[in-house]
Design a protein around this ligand. Sequence first.
Ligand code: DOR
Ligand code: ZN
Ligand code: ZN
Length: 351
Amino acid sequence: MKINNGLMVLPGMADVHVHLRVPGGEHKEDYRTGSAAALAGGITSLMAMPNTTPPIITLEDWQTAQKKANEESLCDVALFAGASVTFLESLPELSRYAPALKLYMDLTYGELRVDGLDNLARIAQLWPREKVLALHAEGDSVKTGLDLAKKYHRRVHFCHISRKEEIEWIAAAKNQGLLVTCEVTPHHLFLNESDAKRLGPLGDMRPRLAKQSDLDALWAHINTTIDCVASDHAPHTLAEKQNSENPPPGVPGLESTLPLLLTAAAEGRLSYERLVALLAVNPRRIYGLPEQPETWIEVDPKACYVFPEHSLYTKCGWSPFSGFPVQGRIRKVVLRGKDAVKDGVVHEFVR
Ligand code: DOR
Ligand code: ZN
Ligand code: ZN
C-alpha cells in the first residue's frame, strides 16, 4: 500500500449497486447529487439501477438515461438495463449497448419484477452468456439463480447477499466451477436485527437486516466467496420513510461505505489490500468498467471521527450510520487529474 506523508493512496472506488432515481424520483436523488455523494465517499465510478419511474427497460429508455447521466454526473456513471417480460425480444439488441442486465426475482421497491421459471429461463438464454446478469434474489431465488447459471453456462452476479445459507450455496457453486460472483452491502455487514428495531423504518430495506449469525457468516466469507462490496444506495426522503403508511424500503450508503470498510480494516477485520479488491479491483473486473487514468484517493487511516463529519451530499440527507464512530478519513479524491474532493468538499458542486 502506498503511503505518502501519512496518507494512504488508494484507487478510486467503484460502487456497482446504486439507485439514482432518474427518471421519476428526482426529489430523492438525481445524477448530480448522487454522483457528488459518490465522490464525497471516495467513489469515482458507479453503476445505477433501472427500477426508476418508469423503469429503464428498452434501448431507447437506456440511451436517453445514459446520455443524461453522462451530461449531469460528476463521476463516471454506467446504467443497468432492467429485465421485463414485455420486451424479451429486444434483449439481444439492448445487450449491444447496456453493460449489464438487472433481473428482479423478488418483490422490492418499484414495479420491475419477473415471475415464472419460463420467463427467467428465456432471459437467461437471451442475455449474452458472457455479459453480467445481476439478480435481486433472496432465499430460494438464489438457488434458482444458481440453477440458471449452471443450466445455461452463463455468468450470474448475485446482488446484496445477506444470509448464511445464501453465501454457503454460492461458495459451493463456485467450488463446482459455476461462473457466479456476488456482492454484499455494508448494512448487511454492520447492522443486524436489533439495529432494525432501533432504526424502525430507517432500518428497513430489501433484503431485510439479518441475524448476528448471518453477519458472522458474511464476515467469514469476506476473503473468499464475497467478490465485492456495493452500497445498494437507495435514497428515500425522511418524510417518505417516517411519515407514510407504507414506507419504501431502502437506505442511502454512498458516503458511508468506504468509511465503514476503512474502520473494519483499521480494526483488523480485513486487510487494506482486501478492501481495495472488494471496492475497486473486483467490481471493475466483474462489470468490465473502464480504467480511470490519473484517478486516486488519499485517505488518512488514523483519523477518528463520528459519521457523518460533514453534511451529506445525497439529496435524501440522512444515513442509518449517523453517530457511528469511524476510523479513516477521505482527504482527497482526484478524478482524471483534477481535484474532485478536498476535505469533505466536492468541487464543481453548488448545493
Ligand atoms: O431496499 C431496497 N430498496 N431494496 C431494493 O431492492 C430496491 C431499493 C430501492 O430501489 O429503493
Ligand atoms: Zn435489490
Ligand atoms: Zn438495489
